[in-house]
Design a protein around this ligand. Structure first.
Ligand code: PBG
Length: 331
């Protein structure tokens, strides 16, 4: 008989490091992390991104080294973004055979091979036009200034095939055009790339947290993306977007950003029968970096806690700029 009347004491399982480890429900592992990488055409030296301390725009050479590091760290994948020298209205460099992103994919495929013969990180590419258009929108813009859904689909299909041909194992449509997954699946299959997977940015919100990314890719965008990316207040619509992408043949679905959308992530995870990814975006990274630089929070603890929370909310995979740091901290 308890003298205090307290029967249940959850603190028992928190008493020692060993007990806490045993009782831990969510663990991080490098294989669940995907590192986003930027490569810029014509760059002579890696260029630091001011709003993303520790992240750079890579040269083709430094990209190869970063990918090799990701492989040695045992990361699950790398997500490649290209910044071309020349931009135009329809983003023709996006599907040019020697376009910067296609070159980056070929470099990455070489660099992921591990000396110890272990599994290579999966090479993924962003399948979107915003880095390649002179207006910075994710699609083709009509004369009256609208982003034309159906005209854009054909551009995405060509990009996806060019990426697959260069060796991308996963193409990642992030432009939020309706029907993009079905269109890309059909184009890949027709071109003989039945085994190239599609990671769909399914519930992608029109978010202020992409701010630093726009620096990272030298974005030209005026205005916003609210006619194609989702309203931050909408959760139900995010589920519908995920359902549509699943029906269209997505191999992975994603919620983005992650930290402010953990409810959406949980709901998508509860109904998805394919792996669910979440993207801890540039602004989420920048906030932790800025606070840590001021001594206001513990950088390592905050990074680990934020990514653990994203996994706990239902993400099987996390795209995070902390992927290499976390792998090192776990080692
Ligand atoms: C679109 C794309 C964006 C990001 C990933 N893919 C930018 C946008 O939609 O404006 C943002 C990623 C980040 O902020 O880290 N190609």
């Amino acid at each position: 008989m308890s003298t205090t009347g307290i029967v249940y004491r959850p603190r028992r399982l928190r008493a020692t490091p060993g007990m806490r480890r045993l009782a831990q429900e969510t663990r991080l592992h490098p294989a669940d992390l995907i590192l986003p990488l930027f490569v810029k055409e014509g760059l002579l030296e890696p260029q630091p991104i001011a709003s993303m301390p520790g992240q750079v725009q890579h040269t083709e050479e430094s990209l190869g080294k970063a990918v090799a590091q990701a492989a040695e760290a045992g990361l699950g994948g790398v997500m490649l973004f290209g910044i071309p020298e020349r931009r135009d209205a329809t983003g023709t460099q996006g599907d040019a055979e020697d376009g910067i992103l296609q070159r980056a994919i070929r470099i990455a495929r070489q660099a992921v091979e591990r000396a110890d013969g272990g599994p290579a990180p999966v090479v993924m590419a962003d399948t979107c036009l915003d880095e390649f258009t002179d207006h910075g929108h994710c699609g083709v813009v009509t004369t009256d200034g609208r982003v034309d859904n159906d005209a854009t689909l054909d551009r995405y299909a060509r990009m996806a095939v060019a990426q697959a041909r260069a060796g991308a194992e996963v193409v990642s449509p992030s432009g939020m055009m309706d029907g993009q997954v079905a269109m890309i699946r059909e184009a890949l299959d027709e071109a003989g790339f039945e085994d190239t997977a599609i990671l769909a940015y399914s519930a992608k919100y029109a978010s202020a947290f992409y701010g630093p990314f726009r620096d990272a890719v030298d974005s030209q965008l005026q205005g916003d993306r609210r006619t194609y990316q989702m309203d931050p207040g909408n959760a139900r619509e995010g589920l519908r977007e995920a359902d549509l992408d699943l029906a269209e043949g997505a191999d992975f679905v994603m919620v983005k950003p992650a930290g402010s959308y953990l409810d959406v992530l949980r709901a998508v995870a509860d109904r998805s029968d394919v792996p669910v990814a979440a993207y801890q975006v540039s602004g989420e990274y920048a906030m932790i970096e800025a606070a840590a630089a001021n001594g206001w929070i513990d950088r390592r603890a905050a990074a680990l806690e934020s990514v653990t929370s994203i996994r706990r909310a239902g993400a099987d995979l996390v795209l995070t700029y902390y992927a290499l740091d976390i792998a090192a901290w776990l080692a």
